[in-house]
Design a protein around this ligand. Structure first.
Ligand code: AMP
Length: 215
């Protein structure tokens, strides 16, 4: 089963993708994480400004990743496609990877809630776990330390209000219109992600679990 997440920044798509990946045993492929691992000055700058990276880079990174063995039973794709020019790449990638049960999960969240979340987000530079110092249930047990591997947590460079506003506007203009494309294909499930992480996860799991039950 292949799951695509479409969501405004800070809707929790990274956290939810990770949880779905664990629960259903399919890898979490985050294009943002793939890009953050590329050692290239231009890409680093684009990431810190919240600008889209060139499609040629995106296509190459995703093709390489999705053709790996662990993706043969499906994947959770987080952060792609992000604009209409990436639909073509999406269809190409879909046809070369396993092409069974493709679902699009749209996480709905008001801008103000996302903004509050972004100000407190902390990420583990070693294992990628995500926390939030402003949300009680998402705080690390010890301030600034990863619960899972003990590494000191860090803020992402692009997690500031200015970049958030820009990324949210870009989401509305460029990414949100993609929902219509997928809705026309009957692939979309809307989930209210202003709820707690766990309640959101339960709602998503119901949708995905339904597909596994059928197979
Ligand atoms: P994310 O981790 O998904 O929030 O993405 C972080 C940043 O990576 C974005 O602000 C963009 O600069 C870049 N990025 C992520 N996904 C894409 C994409 N599909 N196309 C182009 N750039 C992207």
């Amino acid at each position: 089963m292949n799951i695509v997440f479409i969501a405004p920044p800070a809707a929790g798509k990274g956290a939810q993708s990770g949880m779905i990946s664990k629960e259903f045993g399919i890898p979490h492929v985050s294009i943002g994480d793939l890009l953050r691992n590329v050692n290239d000055e231009k890409i680093r700058k684009q990431l810190s400004l919240g600008e889209f990276v060139d499609n040629s880079v995106i296509e190459k990174l995703l093709t390489e990743r999705l053709l790996k063995d662990d993706c043969k039973n499906g994947y959770v794709l987080d952060g792609f496609p992000r604009n209409s020019s990436q639909i073509e790449i999406y269809e190409k990638i879909k046809s070369i990877s396993n092409d069974k049960d493709n679902v699009v999960i749209v996480l709905d969240i008001p801008k103000e809630v996302g903004e509050m979340r972004i100000c407190g987000r902390l990420v583990c530079p070693k294992c990628g776990s995500v926390y939030n110092e402003l949300v009680l249930e998402s705080r690390p047990k010890i301030a600034n330390i990863c619960d899972k591997c003990g590494k000191t947590l860090a803020k992402r460079k692009d997690d500031n209000k200015e970049t958030y506003d820009k990324r949210y506007d870009t989401y509305l203009k460029e990414t949100a219109p993609l929902i219509n494309y997928f809705e026309d294909k009957g692939m979309v499930y809307h989930i209210d992600s202003s709820k707690s992480v766990l309640d959101t996860f339960k709602d998503i799991s119901k949708v995905i679990g339904g597909f596994y039950d059928r197979n």
